[in-house]
Design a protein around this ligand. Structure first.
Ligand SMILES: [Zn+2]
Length: 676
């Protein structure tokens, strides 16, 4: 059988690919990659950087390209067939990658080179690659004795079961809860759309009335708009007590077991705590530094948060005679106060943000900063008619990247917005092989009478994802494993978040924010309002984010063997950040999926960390001019093009001249102002 995935291809050959090509292609490519690795291991010559590390990084390229095509399609244009194949090939792929990390002879070769690293005159990029590969083995137990290795495997198996169970419980708790309302009066305050959705949901379950659930699209509007305080309380308590009912779906014991096993695993590998283990491969480096960071922000944000809380409480009292503000009042009165202060709604802004104009805007920003031009091309194979394809060039005329953009929702596309790639950048045999990068979003489709008009939030999303795309497109490294967005977790959001800043700048908006009917430029007082409303209740929001970071560090930054009670421990961790009265019925940890199911353990701080970085970086642009070519060049040269080739703090300092400071974030967030 002719299989387009197994023939050499430069661009992804979408039109030739049929679903049935994937499985055999995966099987063949895995076998080929195994053969490449065996050849490295069986090489009779002594291990060198070239015959081991370099060879390993360039192995499995066909497999990587097939995987990226397949999994990108599974996210952006999937169907039952593809989903079924995903279920079949995912275990094969994890088995293959496990076989590499557990390949002891391969590790011995890497270890030999690692042992000689001081005398090899490696480039900084090569040193990073060596270190990264060595760590990927040692952090997985390659240096342990057999008994400890065995224990590590047991822990890993147990942890993956527990994480799965944790997630299943949260999901089951979310799905189990229903608030059925039969009196329309109880929905007072909700927008028509939310009411309709609630009625439809009830109908779909053969029930009379309106159904509210703990799914975000149902939960959030109710907490924001429903006037009935008792019902808001009921819903809020249900939301806050997921996995905390002392029943079959309870997660307390799972939390305790997960943190105990993580701690044991870290100790086995020679780390003091799980946080020490995780942070070794982060820009923040140590738990001490993370805590120092969280505490510094807390000190600065707390006065603002307390001021905002008092203001909100006074507002609620004046409006409805509420004496003490509770958690279930927060979203509701915040929304009301925001409306009163800014009277800014999406419908007013949307006409100024026609999708085509915003795309042109982000391209112009990239041109002014980095000298890039985007040429739409129509001869590139694509997986759906709606996908747009561009060739990206530097002002020297050099080809930079292929760029795919896929903007609108479809039944086969998952929600959200993301950047991905179909081919990494690398340099092989002196040839710089350029990347193929993609942005996928879910923006409102145009209709026959109206073009696609974006909300302001969608505009910043587009700039954000485009920032990730630039990180991929401008990559200029040797090894594919260090290229583009292959950077430390707490560094990867810098290029994306920094781009969002241009959306608030007059000089940038003047390039594209024109009314789609009249052509009029967006009035600057609207822009001012957007800016102001963006920092509305920023103190409270900051404290909330910090509280999650503190909780995460509490669970993972110390020996958990003495923790007996999940709720008590959590309450203590929240002490410094609590604004609202605590409720005995609720517990955050038992549904904190980010850290107990997803990959954010000891990493929650990175949301704020990335904000500090992007604010500090943008302050440099603000100081010298937001289109200052020299600053842009420094950013491209030291950050965007370098991928993960060096320690991110070093890269950042080379761009900025110093380590990031929190001042710019505090200023942008309005947390520096002294109000009385
Ligand atoms: Zn992002």
């Amino acid at each position: 059988m002719n299989n387009p995935l197994l023939e050499p291809f430069e661009k992804a050959p979408f039109s030739k690919i049929k679903s049935e090509h994937f499985k055999p292609a995966f099987l063949q490519a895995i076998e080929d990659a195994r053969a490449e690795i065996n050849a490295i291991v069986e090489n009779p010559e002594a291990p060198t950087f070239e015959n081991t590390l370099e060879a390993l990084d360039f192995s499995g390229q066909q497999l990587d390209r097939i995987s990226s095509i397949f999994f990108n399609l599974n996210s952006a244009e999937t169907n039952e067939e593809i989903q079924k194949i995903a279920q079949e090939v995912s275990p094969l792929l994890s088995e293959f990658s496990n076989d590499i990390t557990l390949n002891q002879p391969l590790f011995e070769r890497i270890k030999t080179v690692y042992g000689q690293r001081e005398n090899l005159s490696l480039t900084p990029e090569q040193q990073t690659l060596l270190e990264k590969r060595y760590k990927s083995f040692s952090r997985n137990g390659a240096n342990l004795n057999e008994a400890d290795k065995k224990r590590l495997r047991e822990i890993d198996a147990e942890l993956s079961k527990l994480k799965l169970k944790f997630g299943e419980n949260v999901l089951a708790e979310t799905n189990k809860y229903e608030m059925l309302l039969s009196n329309e009066e109880d929905l007072k305050g909700l927008p028509e759309g939310s009411k309709e959705a609630a009625a439809q949901l009830a109908q779909s379950k053969d029930k009379e009335g309106w159904l509210i659930t703990l799914d975000y699209p149902s939960y959030i509007p109710f907490m924001k708009y429903a006037e009935n305080r008792a019902l808001r309380k009921e819903l809020s308590l249900a939301f806050g007590s997921k996995g905390f009912h002392n029943d079959a779906l309870d997660n307390q014991e799972n939390v305790l077991q997960i943190v105990a096993l993580r701690h044991e695993r870290a100790n086995l590998l020679g780390y003091a705590t799980h946080a020490h283990f995780v942070l070794e491969e982060r820009m923040a480096e140590t738990p001490e530094k993370v805590l120092e960071f969280l505490n510094e922000l807390l000190e600065k944000a707390k006065p603002a948060a307390e001021r905002e809380f008092a203001e909100l409480e006074a507002f609620a009292k004046e409006l409805d005679g509420i004496a003490h503000l509770e958690k279930w009042d927060s979203a509701y009165y915040s929304e009301k106060l925001k409306q009163k202060l800014f009277n800014l709604d999406d419908e007013k802004l949307k006409p100024y943000f026609k999708l085509e104009n915003v795309i042109s805007g982000v391209f112009q920003v990239a041109e002014k900063l980095f000298g890039l031009t985007f040429k739409e091309v129509f001869n590139v194979d694509k997986y759906h008619d709606e996908v747009k394809t561009y060739e990206v060039y530097e002002d020297s005329g050099n080809f930079v990247s292929l760029f795919y953009a896929d903007f609108h929702p479809r039944p086969g596309k998952r929600g959200g917005a993301w950047m991905t790639s179909y081919k990494p950048q690398y340099t092989l045999n002196g040839k710089n092989s350029r990347p193929h990068v993609s942005n996928v979003c879910n923006f409102t489709k145009p209709t026959t009478s109206k073009p696609s008009l974006l909300t302001f939030n969608e505009v910043t999303t587009l700039f954000h994802e485009f920032g990730h795309a630039l990180h991929g497109m401008l990559a200029n490294t040797v090894y594919p494993g260090l290229s583009g967005t292959s950077v430390y977790w707490d560094f990867v959001e810098l290029p994306s978040q920094v781009m969002e800043n241009w959306c608030y700048e007059k000089e940038a908006l003047e390039l594209f924010a024109f009314h789609y009917e009249t052509g009029e430029l967006i009035p600057m007082e609207l822009v001012e309002k957007i800016k102001e409303s963006a920092t509305f209740q920023e103190g409270m929001a900051t404290i909330r984010q910090l509280s999650f970071g503190f909780l995460d560090m509490a669970w993972h930054g110390s020996d958990p063997s003495d923790i007996k009670n999940v709720k008590d421990y959590e309450t203590k961790a929240f002490e410094s950040t609590a604004l609202f009265p605590d409720t005995a019925e609720t517990c955050m940890s038992t549904s904190f999926s980010h850290i107990f199911q997803g990959g954010y353990s000891s990493g929650y701080y990175s949301y704020k960390w990335a904000e500090v970085l992007d604010a500090d970086a943008f302050a440099y642009f603000k100081e010298k001019g937001i289109f200052n070519k020299e600053i842009a060049y420094r950013f491209k040269e030291h950050v965007l093009s370098k991928g993960g080739t060096e320690n991110p703090m070093e890269l950042y300092k080379r761009f900025r001249g110093s380590e990031p400071k929190i001042d710019a974030l505090l200023e942008r967030a309005g947390l520096l102002e002294t109000k009385d």
